[in-house]
Design a protein around this ligand. Structure first.
Ligand code: ZN
Length: 388
């Protein structure tokens, strides 16, 4: 596609980041040959394996492989790839101490020895993990779960284009792990020209449902797109969450919503990760993206609206997906509806608000939170899970 064609369709055309959906899937024959080859191999962590899959399916378009030193430096310092295009977080592959990597092809394997893919070694470099922590995550505090992963990664990283096996994943969660090409086809089939994406790593309560419904008043369809890759300890497991998302679907017209899973690691990088989440949803075919308070944040590392501000500071044409920024929603007993500070003038005492800690305590005690806070179907699943 030429630049002028791209301009005609504009960001609303739903083009992938960089203009073309990357496809680096290995076919079955190639995979079989590699699996039994004598090429040197490298075992990936769960997070690296999730990144590999995201690279191969085009979820990370225009990336075609793991980053080298130039990309790492440029993304860390400028939030851009060396060619100038927007990219907010390094995607690296660590080489543990004692593992040798030579030029040529490197077979990539899972922790169980299973074949994941292959990398054409372009370079091995020293990854500046301190700079990455400080500039991408805004802190070098090892208590930050994303920073802990960066600082705990090997100092050496291997870079180069990849190809990977993208087979359907097992179980009810895996069955939802659609590729960008699959969600794009589903949107086209349903005739949606505008689609809003909703990222979450948590169960969906009434507040999130409200944000999704507000957005759905304005666009053709909703992609409920929970992240199911490695998250931090204490987060609700993906299998439990998926049941809860399915329960919430009952409150949406079935022809207006698609539930799919995003296999990618959570980085908790706040504003920088909000940009990545937006670009990934652009690749999945979304035209709009919901950004809440402290998007992709953890603890108190990021300001409440920092992610929204960073997205708003970017050139809309370049970003290519429209951020829909929301404040926290609560049920208001006087408005008699869900509301936010933007729409409700009443004091907190009129609001049905619970902290995360309060909700967890209620669920652990087998108590249903008020229906204004959480759907009973969702809460019951969470109660069952917290007791097993
Ligand atoms: Zn009110």
């Amino acid at each position: 596609m030429t630049m002028s064609e791209q301009r005609l369709t504009g960001p609303r055309g739903g083009l992938p980041h960089g203009g073309q959906l990357v496809d680096r899937r290995l076919d079955a024959d190639e995979a079989r040959a590699l699996g039994s080859s004598r090429l040197p191999s490298l075992v990936l962590t769960g997070a690296e394996a999730a990144d590999l899959r995201a690279l191969a399916t085009g979820a990370y378009s225009p990336l075609t492989g793991f980053m080298g030193v130039k990309e790492h430096e440029s993304v860390t310092e400028q939030m851009r790839l060396p060619d100038g295009s927007l990219w907010s977080i390094p995607v690296c592959l660590g080489v543990p101490d004692g593992v040798g990597v030579d030029a040529g092809r490197l077979v990539l394997r899972g922790e169980g020895g299973d074949l994941l893919g292959v990398l054409e070694v372009a370079e091995v470099f020293e990854r500046d993990r301190q700079a990455e922590a400080q500039l991408v995550y805004g802190t070098a505090d090892p208590e930050h779960p994303g920073v802990a992963r960066v600082l705990g990664a090997p100092a050496r990283a291997v870079a180069g284009p990849i190809q990977a096996v993208v087979t359907p994943l097992e179980g009810p969660v895996g069955a939802r792990a659609l590729t960008p090409a699959q969600t794009r086809a589903a949107f086209a089939e349903r005739g949606w020209s505008t689609v809003v994406g909703f990222q979450t790593r948590n169960p969906v309560h009434r507040a999130h449902e409200y944000l999704m419904k507000c957005a759905l008043e304005m666009v053709d369809g909703l992609l409920l797109h929970p992240l199911v890759g490695p998250t931090k300890e204490g987060d609700v497991p993906a299998e439990v969450r998926m049941g809860a998302y399915e329960a919430v679907l009952g409150y949406f017209p079935p022809d207006r919503v698609l539930l799919a899973a995003l296999v990618a690691p959570m980085r908790y990088a706040g504003p920088r990760e909000a940009v990545l989440h937006a670009l990934v949803r652009k690749n999945y075919g979304c035209t709009h993206f919901i950004v809440g308070r402290d998007h992709a944040g953890v603890g108190s590392y990021y300001g409440t609206f920092e992610a929204q501000q960073l997205l708003a500071s970017l050139d809309p044409e370049e970003l290519g997906i429209i951020p829909l920024c929301f404040d926290n929603a609560v049920y208001c007993r006087r408005c008699l509806s869900m509301a936010t500070a933007k729409t409700c003038p009443h004091p907190e005492v009129d609001h049905v608000a619970l902290s995360g800690t309060q909700v967890r305590a209620m669920l652990a005690a087998g108590q249903l939170p008020p229906p204004e806070f959480s759907r009973a179907e969702v809460a019951e699943l969470l109660i069952d899970a917290s007791r097993s």
